[in-house]
Ligand binder design. Structure first.
Ligand code: ATP
Ligand code: MG
Length: 340
């Protein structure tokens, strides 16, 4: 049986990168996946703790993330949203995987290497003794493998930045299957969208991220004035017309991609329509598209913010459903490894 799973960190307000790279797919799968396919969308709060968090802020972010998912069109009658930490099986399976995953696999993860590199003025030993680089951050992809394999997920709709982690998940699954001579875990496949990597509005060599400063991204909940301001101030270049050239004009190419995918048209159509526009005119048109497309989502966000009881109930139901699958699978895994 197929099972689709994908997570989001409660690390701030979801942005258009999350939406175009992942959430829009989560929503459309509700229509395109067969009824027999289970859809699970955990809010991965344990992952969020790999970087120090204010406890009250974390709680608020979890509710806000759930609200945004519902506002984007996640239907709780079809998909299950839940808090990862409500299901202790995630951490138990992560431990079992920690016991078989070679450290070399984790040191090769691009996201880990980027963390090391930002402190490149220090020696590796010095860097590794910083409290900011904790063990949890290093083994983060192992917990992610546990999130996915705990449910024997077959497909994982994610943005480009998570593809390497999913490959690691497959490697761990394969290693476990081989070690215990059983076909316990299917090897999950990634599903990506046409906008699999939306870049930062400030630095087009970096992906747009929740954990970067406000002006680098458009949040799904940003009001029109903020959207206008962020797009106006976004990095551009001094060329006159609009073209799509990610190599030489990465900032403009990113804006063109956002325009095309928000509007549901092709890159060529955007260039045909706006090729003769100057950058200011194009940015105004992009602002208009964003304001228009985000407005129905924002109305829902406003409405759901007043329905916290309902949102809590959705999360509780989601956790109950997920827990049944998780406990059942973990039971099988416990006996395979000899814990039971
Ligand atoms: P953080 O900075 O806290 O890691 P994030 O913006 O990277 O936040 P995640 O919660 O880590 O968001 O990821 C949620 C989903 O959104 C993942 O599937 C991820 O691949 C996807 N995603 C994140 N950023 C982008 C982006 N810039 N473009 C496309 N997809 C993205
Ligand atoms: Mg991320």
């Amino acid at each position: 049986p197929e099972l689709i799973l994908s997570g989001i960190q409660p690390t701030g307000s979801p942005h258009i990168g999350n939406f175009l790279g992942a959430l829009s797919k989560w929503v459309s799968l509700q229509r395109t996946a067969h009824d027999s396919v289970t859809l699970l969308y955990p809010i991965v709060d344990l992952h969020a703790l790999t970087i120090p968090r204010d406890p009250e802020q974390l709680k608020k972010s979890k509710i806000e993330t759930a609200i945004v998912l519902l506002a984007c069109g996640i239907d709780p009658a079809r998909s299950y949203i839940f808090e990862q930490s409500r299901i202790p099986a995630h951490t138990e399976l992560a431990w079992l995987f920690n016991c078989i995953t070679p450290m070399g696999w984790l040191s090769r993860m691009t996201q880990w290497k980027l963390k090391l590199k930002t402190n490149s003025q220090f020696s590796e030993d010095e860097v590794l003794s910083f409290s900011g680089l904790c063990l949890g951050l290093f083994s983060y992809p192992v917990l992610q493998a546990a999130d996915i394999l705990l449910y024997k997920a077959t497909h994982v709709p994610i943005g480009d930045d998570q593809v390497q982690h999913l490959e690691l998940t497959r490697d761990i699954a394969q290693m476990f299957n081989k070690m215990y001579h059983q076909n316990v875990f299917p090897l999950p496949l990634s599903i990506t969208t046409s906008a699999k990597r939306i870049m930062s509005l400030y630095d087009p060599s970096k992906k747009m991220s929740k954990s970067d400063p406000e002006n680098t991204r458009i949040n799904l909940s940003d009001p029109p004035t903020i959207i206008a301001e962020k797009i106006k101030k976004s990095t551009s270049d001094s060329l006159k017309y609009i073209t799509y050239d990610p190599e030489t004009r990465p900032a403009i190419a990113n804006l063109v991609t956002i325009y095309a995918t928000m509007q549901g048209i092709t890159i060529d159509q955007v260039v045909a329509e706006h090729g003769k526009s100057d950058i200011k005119t194009f940015k105004d048109a992009l602002t208009q598209v964003l304001v228009e497309k985000l407005s129905p989502i924002q109305e829902e966000i406003q409405r759901l913010r007043l329905e916290q009881g309902y949102v809590q109930q959705v999360l509780k139901n989601g956790a109950e459903k997920a827990s049944m699958i998780a406990e059942n699978n973990l039971d099988e895994i416990r006996s395979i490894v000899g814990l039971k």
